[in-house]
Design a protein around this ligand. Structure first.
Ligand code: NAP
Length: 351
């Protein structure tokens, strides 16, 4: 059943003395072109929430999935798009302790499961989803790396069970999630083999990859076995183009294959109809295929990720690849670019 449309102009509604703010929002799930930038009521924090003045937001593939309805989740309407923000504390709810007015904070889990999004001048954030930005850390860098690095944390430490000395494969190693995956695995003491284009080999090596392979090489599976003769403990193609035959051939018994994306799922393209999975090679060697999505991560796991991210930021171990900085007014075209698959690196927007 279609969701009801709101009145054409929210500004014409009687808002009494309530303050307004600029926000990028949709009146219902739909195409990128349906994103409007206009004035909405400024939210007030409930007892367990903090009101944040937003400085920068980062665009993620999942933002387009939530907006379009391809990732189904409960949304308040009108819905402010986006899930990540960095900003400063304006006011804390009555039950909140530990955040001081004017302090820099970040969040990476708004905009789904009933929570309003982040692409606005102000946002309310549940206190247990808000993290202090350490002194001296660049806010743009922090919000650019937050979502990919939190995904890498969940992959290695929550779902993958990574231990020092293990060998991992990271497909799409030069992408946002891929670079975070390479960096965090290498720092955790893993041996990392990554796939990317040759022009990105140096980028992956700088992030900590011990060996790199061109993902377009038809002999990728052989090269992987050559580069990791000891066998791969965790196989994760962050691009979603999981080569299960390569995974089955290159992994040790008991290995884990992590799935966090599917071909075409993050763009407006059609997902691949089938994926060949050599089931016998997987089950006879105790190999697990584990999927997860950060949207379902617990508050505790997200806080664990945030702690790691803050520690790595303080040590200058996370490097942002910010390729565009845009005003909030360009949210719709930024979503269109992402759905066309033409975005490299991170897009930040500023209210
Ligand atoms: N499940 C979760 O919790 C979760 C969390 C975050 C993101 N995601 C998903 O993860 C995916 C990647 O996100 P991202 O931000 O890292 O995207 P991204 O920055 O565009 O990175 C994708 C990378 O994959 C590479 N690639 C393209 N085709 C490939 C292939 N056939 N084999 C290996 N690599 C290939 C790309 O290389 P080129 O530049 O050479 O094309 C690019 O470097 C998206 O679908 C996103 O929705 C899921």
């Amino acid at each position: 059943m279609p969701e009801p449309l709101l009145p054409p102009s929210l500004e014409t509604q009687s808002l009494g003395t309530q303050s307004l703010m600029t926000a990028a929002y949709v009146r219902r799930r739909g195409a990128a072109a349906s994103i409007e930038v206009g004035r909405l009521p400024r939210p007030s924090p409930a007892a367990n929430e903090v009101l944040v003045a937003v400085e920068s937001v980062a665009l993620n593939p999942v933002d387009t999935l939530v907006r379009s309805g391809r990732y189904r989740t409960n949304l308040p309407l009108p819905f402010v798009v986006g899930r990540d923000l960095v900003g400063t504390v304006v006011r804390s709810g009555t039950a909140v302790q530990g955040f001081s007015t004017g302090g820099r904070v970040w969040c990476n889990s708004l905009g789904h499961d009933g929570r309003q999004g982040s692409f606005a001048e102000f946002a309310v954030v549940p206190a247990d989803r808000l993290y202090r930005l350490p002194d001296g850390v660049d806010p743009e860098t922090a919000i650019a790396v937050a979502h990919p690095t939190a995904t890498a944390y969940l992959a290695w430490f929550v779902h993958g069970g990574l231990r020092p000395g293990q060998t991992v494969f990271v497909g799409g190693g030069a992408g946002n999630v891929g670079l975070a995956a390479v960096t965090t695995a290498a720092l955790a003491g893993a041996r990392v083999v990554a796939s990317c284009r040759p022009e990105d080999f140096a980028r992956c090596r700088r992030a900590g990859a011990d060996a790199v392979i061109d993902y377009r090489d038809p002999a990728l599976a052989d090269h992987l076995t050559d580069r990791a003769p000891e066998g791969v403990d965790i196989f994760w193609d962050t691009s979603g183009h999981t080569d299960f035959a390569a995974a089955a051939g290159a992994t040790v018994p008991g290995a884990r294959v992590l799935i966090t994306a599917a071909p075409g799922a993050a763009t407006s393209g059609t997902a691949a109809a089938t994926t060949n999975v050599p089931l016998a090679q997987l089950y006879t060697r105790d190999i697990s295929v584990l999927g997860f999505v950060i949207s379902r991560a617990s508050v505790a796991d997200l806080a664990g990720a945030a702690g790691l991210i803050n520690r790595m930021l303080v040590r200058n171990q996370l490097h942002a690849r910010i390729t565009e900085r845009l005003p909030l007014e360009q949210t719709a075209s930024a979503h269109e670019h992402m759905e066309a698959g033409t975005v490299t690196g991170r897009i930040l927007l500023h209210p």
